[in-house]
Design a protein around this ligand. Structure first.
Ligand code: NAD
Ligand code: DAU
Length: 352
């Protein structure tokens, strides 16, 4: 079985859902259920005997040690993190606590467990750390995309905390021989994306008749990847990645934020025209820029393609259409998130 942390969040839940659809191997989910953790994302697995969920903190070394000893996973995939840049600007402490201290405690528990495994299980074991392109800092126009050799230049408390966790993971391989793999991925979008992030916020605000906030001049560039492609890349690295290696994951899909906003508005105009007969683009509002806002990210994903044969399946056009349609089809999920009712899912589903 595999242990997946942060499995009730956006990418973690997509990963677990896809895993359970594709594999017979059981999954143990561990998630603290912060504001970003939503067990409703995993609702379709509630009767699946191959999936079990534990609410807990990756920084709780005792809990993690007990789970490892009881379930004996052959791999740990670490998605758990505080993930929103704007929140890290307002309050960095949770980011330091989970992304750095939490990862440290998780690594310590995993090291002790792995160290005591019999030889065959020991050599088959993997710790896969899910990280971000933001650790590489910001690119100027026309500068080559980030390779795995790009120096670390994190600019926000979020990216600095992820950078620190990447370094810890690297050090646990170098010093203790822990069989680690690290992925650094670009911006994801898709189902179950919490509507504090750009794309889901745009969809939700547009439909609610609210402003579509564009930071600064809207010309910042991100490299967008459909979340299911990120999940397939992680499965691929888990299966075939070389120990201790870093793999950049991206969609070769750089877009300026303002272009993203217009694309989402155009799709909504087509799929759910506003009753007032106006384009959603009329709701675009330029607002104060994010402090320290990184101008451009771009991932050079040639290594994972060359070594492991991974390529994204979706283009931006197919992925963003699926995403907008998913939000239109899942207004109940959106409403539960917006009203805070998703928090009650735990009690409804799991009682005591
Ligand atoms: P998310 O915020 O949607 O989910 C994070 C999950 O981790 C939540 O379910 C939360 O409850 C859980 N969590 C937080 N602190 C925890 C703790 N101490 N112990 C256990 N669980 C905890 O984030 P996401 O967008 O799904 O990102 C998942 C991972 O992928 C993160 O490590 C992030 O840095 C990385 N990443 C995200 C993107 C992106 O575009 N979203 C891109 C590249 C990498
Ligand atoms: O690059 C990978 C990273 O992508 C992940 O590591 C992070 O966890 C994830 O949150 C994401 O970070 P960003 O800061 O790029 O994502 P966000 O959706 O917050 O913003 C995307 C861009 O849109 C960014 O340039 C800021 C801008 N933006 C964002 C919001 C929420 C706006 O213009 N208006 C907004 O309201």
């Amino acid at each position: 079985m595999i242990l997946v942390t942060g499995s009730a969040g956006f990418i973690g839940s997509n990963f677990v859902l896809d895993w359970c659809a594709l594999h017979d191997e059981p999954v143990l989910s561990l998630d603290k259920l912060t504001y970003a953790g939503n067990l409703e994302n995993l609702a379709s697995l509630s009767d699946n005997p191959r999936h079990s969920f534990v609410q807990g903190d990756i920084g709780d070394a005792e809990l993690v040690a007990r789970l490892l000893a009881e379930h004996r996973p052959r791999a740990v995939i670490n998605f758990a993190a505080e993930s929103h840049v704007d929140r890290s600007i307002h309050g960095p402490e949770d980011f330091i606590q989970t992304n750095i201290v939490g990862t440290f405690h998780l690594l310590e528990a995993v090291r002790a467990y792995w160290g005591a495994l019999p030889d065959a299980e020991k050599s088959a074991f993997r710790f896969l750390h899910v990280s971000t392109d933001e650790v590489y800092g910001s690119l100027v126009k026309d500068e080559p995309a980030f390779t795995e050799l790009h120096r670390y230049e994190p600019n926000s408390p979020y990216s600095a905390s992820k950078a620190a966790s990447d370094h810890l993971v690297r050090a646990y391989h170098h010093t203790y021989g822990l069989p680690v793999l690290t992925t650094n991925c670009s911006n994801n979008y898709g189902p179950y994306h919490f509507p504090e992030k750009l794309i889901p916020l745009l969809i939700v605000n547009a439909l609610a008749g609210k402003a579509l906030p564009v930071y600064g001049d809207g010309q910042q560039i991100r490299d967008w990847l459909y979340v299911k492609d990120h999940c397939s890349a992680i499965r691929c690295v888990l299966e075939k990645g070389r120990l201790g290696e870093v793999y950049n994951v991206g969609g070769w899909n750089e877009k300026a934020n303002l272009d993203i906003v217009h694309t989402v508005c155009d799709l909504l105009d087509e799929l759910r025209p506003s009753s007032a007969g106006k384009s959603y683009a009329e709701q675009i509002t330029f607002v104060t820029d994010r402090p320290g806002h990184d101008r451009r990210y771009a991932i050079d994903a040639r290594k994972i393609e060359r070594e492991l044969g991974w390529k994204p399946a979706e283009t931006f056009e197919t992925g963003i259409r699926k995403t907008v349609q998913w939000y239109l089809d899942n207004q109940g999920w959106v409403n539960n998130v917006l009203s805070g009712n998703y928090r009650q899912w735990v009690e409804k589903q799991y009682g005591e």
